[in-house]
Write a protein that binds this ligand. Sequence first.
Ligand SMILES: [Zn+2]
Length: 64
Amino acid sequence: MALETCGSCGEQVPFADTVHVLVHTKGEDGVVDAYVCRECYEQQLRPIVESSDIDGDEATADSP
Ligand SMILES: [Zn+2]
């Protein structure tokens, strides 16, 4: 099974357990892509993605 190295913690994780991250820096670096393990994604990236995602929705402060 193919392994990927997590771009955050450096752990070797099965490809199926990785999350492909694509970052448009709009700068010199252009588009950066990386693989992170699901754990790092859920701990570090998902909060960012989800917080920017609720902009269009009517977010209720007291939802779990
Ligand atoms: Zn990781």
